[in-house]
Design a binder for this molecule. Structure first.
Ligand code: PLP
Length: 406
């Protein structure tokens, strides 16, 4: 069982007040807070261990390189990837998916080819594919969620046709909390010879993930949602896809030799990591993932499961609130609108006055908002350090907003 008092004590920001009230931070879907060990690792790296990586023959450069490179192994362990050379370090999911779009998809796709997407994708897993639509005439094929926000894997499998060159799908919706059975999709797609990219930005935070078991071709994660620094992240690329992929960004580090007439490249994964990387951010991410693994992903998932059910019951009791996404095993992410009342931004402003931080808007999911028939929602998204008391604080603040606007 998760020791909630210890966990909360590990995150210094949680003890501050906002607007004279104890902070209730429920905007974890946007970005999570950082434990002291991550903050300390950043300070130590800059205070005592900093130099550029892969470049020098001096002590600090070697130390920095060692710490930075060790994170590749930590990420592989965290994601259940046996071969760490299949992990490309980057600044986050947006960079990872763009790398696949430019380096792997663009050279392989032609007018009329198709990419299958779900309607609940984040813009980071939509806009790079729109580039292929605009520039190369690739068609985007959308699969809808049902009324509960569930995505039937069979509907995704059925959408794969002879022209499909890629399935790009989220593992867990950042708006609905819906979990997607990506393994079933990957098994079927592999039989049809179609690679699958999984956006793991949200799933990797809330549940144990084993990429080798899922059997996908690409799996993207982003460090700042994983209690690590912003500007850190990684993408798993299966070695067969890596062999097919062109470098997306050119520069130092990713080359073997450069002359006036020719260039040859470093071995993968370095071939796909150009320029000075986010050294300290990546080191911080490694510490964050170790922290999560020490707590235990099963333990985190069980704690958040309890919060999810508790919050679902409480929110269901507010008959003037419409909650989007009601699958029974959903993650503790709740998007809602207040019937006949204020705009999501006004509700979040009232909540903020009570110290409750939520996000309001489209959550970078334009097609999902269209599908749900809403212009915006408020989103309360929970993390391992949240408590049932904080669910109660959210409900109290919502009741206040309802009194004011309802
Ligand atoms: N995919 C999902 C599901 C997300 O929730 C997010 C961030 O909100 C992203 C992708 C983009 O992540 P980043 O902005 O860190 O690249």
């Amino acid at each position: 069982m998760l020791d909630i008092n210890k966990i909360r004590a590990d995150f210094p920001i949680l003890s501050r007040e906002v607007n004279g009230k104890p902070l209730v931070y429920l905007d974890n879907g946007a970005s999570a807070q950082k434990p002291q060990v991550v903050i300390d690792a950043i300070t130590t790296a800059y205070s005592h261990e900093y130099a550029n990586v892969h470049r020098g023959l001096h002590y600090l450069s070697n130390l920095s390189t060692e710490k930075y490179e060790a994170v590749r192994g930590t990420i592989a362990r965290f994601l259940g990837v046996a071969d760490e050379d299949q992990i490309i370090l980057n600044s986050g999911t947006t960079e990872g998916i763009n790398m696949v779009a430019y380096g792997w998809a663009m050279p392989r796709m032609q007018a009329g080819d198709e990419i299958v997407l779900s309607v609940m994708e984040h813009h980071a897993n939509i806009v790079p594919w729109h580039f292929l639509r605009e520039r190369q005439g690739v068609n985007l094929k959308w699969v809808d969620t049902d009324a509960t926000g569930a995505l039937d894997p069979q509907k995704v499998i059925d959408a794969i046709g002879p022209k499909t060159k890629l399935v790009a799908i989220t593992h867990l919706s950042n708006v609905l909390g819906t979990k997607v059975d990506v393994k079933t999709i990957c098994d079927a797609a592999r039989e049809k010879g179609v690679p699958v990219l999984v956006d793991g930005s949200q799933a990797a935070v809330h549940m144990p993930v084993n990429v080798d078991e899922i059997g996908c071709d690409f799996y993207a994660i982003t460090g700042h949602k994983l209690y690590g620094p912003s500007g850190s992240g990684a993408i798993f690329v299966h070695k067969d896809r890596m062999a097919e992929m062109r470098p997306f960004i050119g520069g130092g580090d990713m080359i073997r030799e450069v002359s006036k007439d020719a260039v040859s490249y470093n071995d993968p994964p370095m071939k796909f990591e150009a320029g000075t990387p986010g050294i300290v951010q990546t080191i911080g991410l490694g510490v964050a993932l170790d922290y999560m693994m020490d707590v235990g992903m099963e333990t985190i998932a069980a704690h958040e499961d309890d919060l999810s059910h508790y919050a679902q019951d409480k929110l269901n009791g507010l008959n003037w609130l419409t909650t989007q996404g009601t699958t029974p095993d959903k993650a503790a992410i709740f998007s809602f609108t207040m019937q006949g009342a204020a705009h999501a931004h006004d509700i979040s402003t009232i909540l903020d006055k009570k110290g409750v931080a939520v996000r309001a808007g489209q959550h970078c999911t334009g097609p999902l908002m269209e599908h749900l028939g809403v212009t915006a929602t408020c989103r309360a998204s929970f993390a391992m350090y949240n408590t049932r008391d904080e669910v109660d604080a959210l409900i109290d603040a919502l009741e206040l907003a309802h009194d004011l606007f309802g």
